[in-house]
Design a protein around this ligand. Structure first.
Ligand SMILES: [Zn+2]
Ligand SMILES: [Zn+2]
Length: 431
């Protein structure tokens, strides 16, 4: 067993403090936080990790990740996705169930969790499907999946188009207090679309996906949640109006939470300039007005969670023309540096809100232990160097797929260490 470690000289941010403050953290040999205080003198036999100039953040948590295993191990595996998560500063992720076969039974939930324990450096939870085979015809075995450890259900990739079936899913899940997460779109409105519908899609000659496809679906799901009770979570909100519908439902007592992805905050349809398919995802990049409204929603608490919707695809698939290429971009490794460089460093997003939305809230919503610097808790934090930078290339990224709009870029800020229990996940040289 390793010795106790003192993380000394750094600044910490958490969900309750907007500004970084001096904090030393002593982690015992058992991996638990023994002490956290502004100044801790190193005792004999304690290994000191110099954190001068570094920011300590509670480990991030991503409740929306596509790991592609089983079925598309050429795009990502649970192991490579777990390593990408660690590299990005995530100490917990939730796998989406749209694999091949889809995760729609207790047996498959158990299978994914077993693989995760064997292969991923960070804990991986999984969601289960709402409907069998994600086919939208009959409910999956929700009770069995929850018993085997599924932390939520979703048919992500598609909505549950049948409103009656979705109502039954909500009613059923309510009995187990299981979260129902929704990918909102009306297939009849978005089918064939490749990007946000509007002046820009007309100019580029690309088929559009109207904002109302998402907004109508959000409104329907929230009305059904009001009727059925239970907890509902709207995935990857991308439009100002969609967010307003959620705001109204929250004010009305519907038990709804929602998430926004970094790309829907940072990028817009205007960034699609040369048919680069690394800007194609679903929901699509919307307008700069939507970016601003979503940021406002994150700041005022209407948006509870940041989630990447990490969606790996091979170069071969993404090399198709814009209209034919699959939806989705990777996000685990780019999330923190991109948010830091564009929003935190510029004073638009305080650290405490980032920690709330990308660490505390997703864990709280899923009933998992929250990562914090409290004495007695398992060590679960990351070291972030605001003066370093991160380059995104095939050589530096852990994900098997590189379909990110940040490919080839260097962004300010770098995750230099991940501390999980007694383990240092990023090797010893970096901090
Ligand atoms: Zn989705
Ligand atoms: Zn997704």
């Amino acid at each position: 067993m390793s010795a106790a470690r003192l993380f000394h000289g750094g600044l910490a941010v958490d969900a309750d403090h907007a500004a970084p403050r001096r904090l030393d953290v002593l982690v015992g040999a058992d991996g638990k936080i023994e002490r956290a205080a502004p100044e801790i003198k190193p005792a004999a036999g304690v290994e000191v990790v110099d954190c001068t100039g570094k920011i300590l953040l509670p480990g991030l948590f991503d409740m929306h990740v596509h790991l592609r295993e089983p079925g598309r191990e050429d795009e990502e595996t649970i192991g490579s996705g777990g390593r990408a998560a660690a590299r990005g500063g995530f100490t917990g992720i939730v796998a989406m169930p749209n694999t091949d076969p889809p995760i729609d039974s207790g047996g498959l939930v158990r299978y994914v969790r077993t693989l995760a324990r064997e292969q991923s450096p960070v804990p991986v939870w999984t969601s289960g499907c709402i409907t069998k085979g994600r086919a939208g015809q009959q409910l999956a075995d929700i009770a069995d999946m929850q018993q085997q450890g599924a932390v939520m259900i979703t048919d992500d990739g598609d909505p549950v188009a049948d409103a009656y079936l979705f109502r039954r899913a909500l009613e059923y899940a309510r009995h187990f207090d299981l979260l129902v997460a929704c990918h909102c779109e009306v297939p009849e409105l978005s089918r064939g679309g490749a990007m946000n519908e509007g002046a820009r899609s007309y100019r580029l000659g690309l088929p559009g996906i109207p904002a109302c496809s998402e907004e109508i679906s959000i409104a329907r799901d929230l009305q059904l949640a009001r009727l059925a009770g239970g907890r509902i979570h709207i995935q990857h909100v991308s439009t100002a109006r969609g967010l307003d519908i959620i705001r109204r439902a929250k004010a009305d007592g519907v038990r709804v939470t929602c998430e926004v992805s970094p790309h829907h905050l940072l990028l817009s349809e205007d960034d699609i300039t040369d048919y680069d398919t690394n800007f194609k995802m679903n929901p699509p990049l919307r307008t700069v007005e939507d970016n601003a409204a979503l940021l406002e929603g994150l700041l005022d608490g209407s948006i509870d969670v940041l989630a990447t919707d990490h969606a790996p695809h091979t170069e071969f698939e993404k090399n198709l023309d814009f209209a034919s290429a699959p939806f989705g971009i990777t996000g685990l490794e780019t999330a923190l540096p991109s948010l830091f460089s564009r929003l935190v460093r510029t004073g638009k997003l305080p650290w405490d809100i980032l920690v709330r939305a990308f660490s505390r809230e997703p864990r709280r919503i899923l009933g998992l232990e929250v990562a914090d610097f409290r004495e007695g808790l398992p060590a679960d934090f990351i070291l972030f160097d605001p003066e370093a930078s991160t380059h995104f290339s095939a050589d530096t990224m852990e994900s098997k797929s590189r379909n990110t709009p940040f490919l080839g870029q260097t962004l300010p800020g770098a995750v230099v260490q991940v501390v999980l229990g007694a383990e240092l996940l990023l090797g010893r040289k970096q901090p």
